[in-house]
Design a protein around this ligand. Structure first.
Ligand SMILES: [Zn+2]
Length: 343
């Protein structure tokens, strides 16, 4: 209901010229909209996880809207620099993708090229080297693929627990038990992958097909090199997709990630994005010490000159956000709506 009111409100604002007014004002001019994306579906991932995955055509439509709206797409580096010097071009937008999954290479990059817009990729590097499906999302995806089945966890974890996967709460329970099992037993990446192979067998899901299509894989170092050579900006997202709250472990994540990216691209990244959007004041001195210039969150807002450079807000775009809401964000109107009314 709230979403409906909001949508109608935006529609009225659009007709009444509020969009035009806000976007031409100095208010929007002094702000940078950083957009965040995750995955563009290779197969059916958008049906499994709509907040994380969208169809390629949906993404293409977003780029059409950005073009139609007269936004200036800047590189993240230029956008952040000019945000703080106060000379942003009109209606500035920066595009970012998280993780660096293979679907970026296959599905997103060709569309970005079609529209000739710059993009920043926050790359997590562990699974770039160990090129198998990323453990946690794959557990969830397999359980969803096998959702017509009843799963007994006994052959997987030893627990004689029967779960009806058609029920999303039981599916979530199965997910949690499998992930906890791997954590409690300190599984290596190989052991986690073997657990997924067994899970796929239990559910009669074709794991080889998933490997062949490279669903939920990170790009290989070679693929990253190729994109970097074509001008894709590769930046930091930690090596193992985590932000430990212990100084030594946190800085190791940045260091391993940076060295890996440097070996793939030849350049040394200084912009950072918090995995899963988890941030904390504790990280500020550590990021400074590591020579990081900026860090983005998943808190939806436009960045202003008074934003903390280590807590830059970012709109995570997804298929549940309507076209008019998205246009509202480009214009800057959606950002002034009350927080709780934001999708
Ligand atoms: Zn991520």
């Amino acid at each position: 209901m709230l979403k409906e009111i909001k949508r109608t409100g935006l529609g009225v604002a659009k007709t009444a010229g509020v969009f035009l007014f806000v976007q031409r004002s100095g208010w929007r001019r002094s702000r940078l909209l950083i957009l965040g994306y995750h995955g563009i579906a290779i197969d059916d991932e958008h049906q499994w996880n709509p907040p994380l995955f969208m169809r390629q055509e949906f993404f293409r439509e977003r780029l059409r809207l950005i073009r139609k709206s007269g936004c200036t797409v800047v590189t993240l580096d230029e956008g952040i620099r000019r945000l703080f010097t106060g000379d942003l071009p009109p209606k500035s937008v920066a595009l970012t993708f998280d993780d660096g999954s293979y679907d970026f290479y296959e599905q997103a990059y060709p569309v970005l090229k079609e529209f000739d817009v710059p993009v920043t990729l926050y790359l997590t590097t562990f699974y770039s080297y160990y090129n198998r499906p990323v453990f946690r999302p794959t557990v969830s995806y397999l359980l969803w693929k096998g959702r017509t089945a009843t799963l007994n966890l006994k052959p997987l974890t030893g627990d004689d627990v029967q779960l009806n996967l058609q029920n999303s709460a039981e599916r979530e329970k199965a997910f949690q038990q499998l992930v906890d099992f791997a954590i409690n037993n300190k599984f290596s990446a190989e052991e986690k992958d073997a657990l997924n192979v067994n899970l796929a067998n239990e559910l009669h899901v074709d794991y080889d097909a998933l490997l062949k299509k490279r669903i939920l894989h990170i790009m290989t170092p070679d693929e990253v090199s190729r994109l970097a050579a074509e001008g894709v900006d590769i930046q930091l997202h930690t090596h193992r997709h985590r932000t430990p709250t212990v100084h030594e472990l946190f800085t190791r994540e940045i260091r391993d990630n940076r060295e890996s990216i440097h070996s793939m691209t030849g350049s040394s990244p200084t912009h950072f994005c918090y995995p899963a959007g988890v941030y904390d004041d504790t990280f500020v001195p550590w990021l400074k010490e590591m020579g990081v210039e900026s860090a983005t969150t998943c808190d939806p807002d436009l960045a202003t000159r008074s934003s903390h450079p280590y807590f830059l807000p970012r709109l995570i775009d997804n298929s549940n956000l309507s076209a008019v809401e998205f246009e509202g964000w480009l214009a800057g109107v959606s950002a002034v709506l009350p927080q709780r009314a934001r999708g």
